[in-house]
Design a protein around this ligand. Structure first.
Ligand SMILES: *[C@@H]1O[C@H](CO)[C@@H](O)[C@H](O)[C@H]1NC(C)=O
Ligand SMILES: *[C@@H]1O[C@H](CO)[C@@H](O)[C@H](O)[C@H]1NC(C)=O
Ligand SMILES: *[C@@H]1O[C@H](CO)[C@@H](O)[C@H](O)[C@H]1NC(C)=O
Ligand SMILES: *[C@@H]1O[C@H](CO)[C@@H](O)[C@H](O)[C@H]1NC(C)=O
Ligand SMILES: *[C@@H]1O[C@H](CO)[C@@H](O)[C@H](O)[C@H]1NC(C)=O
Length: 577
């Protein structure tokens, strides 16, 4: 009896300490890259400007040897290790980051993809060519030694070469790849796309889900689930049914992860619904942002820290790290409660994925599985209509599990079900248009803002992000409403002008833009410097340039057009008088 009580108490204490119910063993047990004393000491000493630097460094010997030497150093120094000593320990046992990969020029890259010819404005066409050229800068291939001695690297081995976002993001990222892949297909590079898909499929087979990015320290969390959608875009281009047949079970497995590990039951007005949320049941600071997470947590009592860290990880899983969208009751990161939000976009993505899997299974003749996914999609649509849709406001909204209310703040993701084709009544589109007008979104001339909230976080005002432009534009463009289609064009035109003007000035594509400035500027805020490259920005720009190549202007052209109109009008007026 005594013994059992003791164990029970221990379990309870551990549970309390973690602040998490039913905490699981973390998916990464590396005592160097994911947790442990060495990681803590190095990151808290701030040996490098960005915490990501250290956890990206390969070991030059076995992890056991590194840990043994570190423990010797600890005991010989009586627990106190000076910054210099720590630095020389790291220099001795680690190599510089980035060397485990080499730049790779995609084999299917070619000089003049067809879509360039459809871009009428010569300045935009020349710029589109530059963007197409950028794939050669963003291609990476892993050295074989990463596969041979994986425990010396934080990098997750990927057999096929791939495109990275750029800047500090030197490995593959999950949701970025969706927009990168669409750009690659416009650039007529299906082989590169297939390789990237194969890497993701291999990763699902190895780990059961796709981590945030290609590093062991990202394994605890995923990112917006877009693998099935990537496969769909690839299939639309290639009709590669053999590849689909070989991959279908793995696509199913990835969706099972979301169904099993990330769903939540909600009862509402006597009915019961199941939707998804971002939720990471692991504590501890994020290894790649360790000191920031630690310092933030020190503002809280000790027993609240583990759950703060879990909520930060869930925020990172959402792709929106960070945003006031996840904060409860204030504008401060300390109040983050990502797991209490049922996000519109996550459910829209999964809704489309379920529809696609139903279609894939049907194509390959598996009617029972096709039915399983049809049913899942129908249930999700009903749940989204009941909980997320707001008829008065004309859009969908995140649902908060604590307040049991919708969050009526503006986010571009509020229209993502239109983008995903996840609605029943075609009349929603007119309501969506009115919603954008009511929120004066067209008055932001340089792009659709991420939110209307200024919080200092990078996924808030005044930043704008490429994927969020697509989430609004595509849905409107593909609707049957002329007015919505025109609005889509206008929004695409605004975004292209911003991207183009900043590129003219700096010769760089950015991960995000500040739309409050005169002509748009690289974005700011958040945890790190704005990054250059940039995979998804290039992908979305190429998409808009392809779709509206016959109408888009680079800016100067249309201003001249506007000025000449005015002159002509004045001239006519003069003639009349
Ligand atoms: C793919 O197959 C479908 C149906 O067989 C056909 O309509 C379509 O044109 C094909 N697409 C390509 C890119 O080959
Ligand atoms: C998903 O849940 C299963 C069982 O509940 C668990 O074993 C697995 O580690 C979870 N996956 C992640 C990435 O947390
Ligand atoms: C939701 O309810 C179903 C049916 O009762 C149950 O099987 C499932 O485990 C529940 N999911 C969660 C996340 O609680
Ligand atoms: C359909 O797929 C499921 C899951 O992979 C499998 O168990 C079943 O045997 C398949 N049925 C047919 C008719 O292929
Ligand atoms: C929709 O928004 C209106 C106006 O804010 C609010 O009164 C209503 O409760 C909302 N409906 C739902 C289903 O949340």
């Amino acid at each position: 009896m005594q013994g059992r009580n003791g164990i029970l108490q221990l379990v309870l204490l551990l549970g309390l300490e973690l602040g998490l119910e039913g905490a699981l063993p973390p998916p990464c047990d590396s005592q160097i890259y994911c947790s442990g004393e060495l990681l803590r000491r190095v990151q808290m000493a701030k040996l490098y400007r960005d915490d990501k630097h250290f956890v990206d460094m390969p070991l030059n010997t076995t992890p056991d040897q590194v840990l043994k030497d570190f423990s010797t150093l600890l005991s010989s120094s009586g627990g106190y290790i000076s910054r210099d000593l720590l630095k020389s320990f790291v220099m001795e046992h680690f190599n510089d980051p980035g060397q485990e990969m080499e730049t790779w020029i995609p084999e299917d890259w070619r000089d003049s993809p067809k879509f360039l010819q459809n871009i009428l404005d010569p300045k935009l066409r020349a710029w589109a060519k530059d963007l197409h050229n950028l794939w050669k800068k963003l291609g990476r291939k892993m050295k074989l030694e990463v596969g041979r001695q994986p425990d010396r690297y934080s990098l997750l081995y990927a057999a096929q070469p791939f495109i990275v976002p750029g800047g500090r993001f030197i490995e593959f990222y999950y949701w970025d790849s969706f927009w990168v892949i669409q750009g690659l297909l416009l650039s007529e590079m299906p082989q590169t796309v297939k390789g990237m898909l194969q890497n993701f499929l291999d990763i699902v087979e190895r780990y059961g889900h796709i981590p945030n990015g290609g590093r062991v320290y990202y394994l605890q969390r995923s990112q917006p689930p877009l693998l099935t959608l990537m496969m769909d875009r690839y299939l639309a281009y290639t009709n590669d049914t053999d590849f689909l047949r070989a991959s279908l079970g793995t696509l199913h497995r990835e969706l099972e992860f979301w169904r099993h590990n990330r769903s939540v039951n909600i009862s509402h007005k006597g009915a019961s619904y199941t939707l998804n949320r971002y939720h990471v049941p692991y504590g501890g600071p994020r290894p790649e942002s360790y000191s920031k997470d630690q310092e933030l947590a020190e503002l809280l009592p000790e027993d609240a820290r583990e759950s703060l860290w879990a909520e930060l990880k869930a925020g990172a899983e959402s792709g929106w790290d960070f945003s006031s969208r996840w904060f409860v009751g204030s504008n401060y990161l300390l109040d983050i409660k990502t797991s209490q939000v049922v996000p519109v976009d996550l459910n829209a993505f999964l809704c489309q994925a379920e529809g696609l899997l139903a279609a894939f299974y049907a194509t390959l003749g598996n009617t029972s599985m096709a039915q399983v996914y049809e049913d899942a999609r129908a249930r999700r649509k009903a749940a989204m209509e009941a909980l997320l849709w707001n008829e008065t406001l004309g859009a969908w909204f995140d649902f908060n599990l604590e307040s049991r209310q919708q969050n009526h703040a503006f986010y571009p993701t509020n229209l993502s079900p239109l983008w995903a084709g996840c609605f029943s009544d075609p009349a929603v589109v007119i309501k969506n248009v009115k919603y954008l007008e009511d929120n004066k979104i067209l008055t932001y001339k340089h792009g659709i803002p991420t939110s209307l909230q200024i919080s200092g976080q990078q996924w808030d005002f005044p930043n704008a992000w490429a994927p969020l432009q697509d989430l609004v534009v595509k849905g409107l463009a593909e609707s049957n409403s002329r007015q919505a289609q025109e609005m889509a064009f206008q929004l695409a035109q605004n975004w292209i002008r911003t991207n183009f003007a900043v590129y003219q000035k700096n010769k760089v594509m950015y991960e995000k833009y500040d739309i409050n400035m005169d002509s748009g500027e690289p974005g700011g805020g958040g945890e790190y410097e704005v990054q250059e490259g940039f995979g998804w920005t290039n992908g979305v720009a190429l998409k808009f340039l392809n779709q509206y190549g016959d109408r888009l202007t680079s800016g100067s052209g249309s201003t001249m057009f506007g000025t000449s109109c005015l002159l002509l009008a004045l001239l006519l007026l003069g003639l009349l008088c």
